[in-house]
Design a protein around this ligand. Sequence first.
Ligand code: SF4
Ligand code: SF4
Length: 182
Amino acid sequence: MGEKKKKIVKSITIDVEKCNGCRACEMICSAFHATPQYSSNNPARSRIRLIRDPLRDIYLPVYAGEYTPAECMGRDKYVIDGKEYDECGFCRASCPSRDAFKEPDSKLPLKCDMCEDDPPQEKPLCVQWCLNDALIYEEREEEVEEDVKVEDVEVGLESMIDKYGLEKVMDTISRMAAAKRS
Ligand code: SF4
Ligand code: SF4
């Protein structure tokens, strides 16, 4: 068993009734994480995505969670206040079954970092930009097992290995390393 330590756990609660589908959250998230920062805003690169079906009054913002290499088996439809939400609607995973939460060029998984990127924001930007208070930021202190932080680069490599196989990824890295050295 690892050692326990106190940790601030950050989360965003979604109030779907308040979301009007304006997509400001997608815009600011993708702009903040663009390279160079604020050079573009492309919802496909956002770590929060809006599931939108205006004819059924459905506006559901979902922010990106963990990468998963395989689709899950336990899919359910949800009916809330008479509205039926699609099976994967509430899922936060970057998963092979859909395009959401994948960087469109590299297909690497995207994950919400609570805007702790450089410069770290006091409050997530999507929360700050949501004028309808549909996104509610919460912090709580929890005692957790000391864990080894999995770096983004490791998650990215894992997804490449799942897609192309270890050998191909190793070959590519060796080739690129040799090219850099020469
Ligand atoms: S900014 Fe707020 S109201 Fe607009 S789409 Fe995002 S969550 Fe919905
Ligand atoms: S907290 Fe920051 S990184 Fe996460 S979805 Fe909102 S804007 Fe994007």
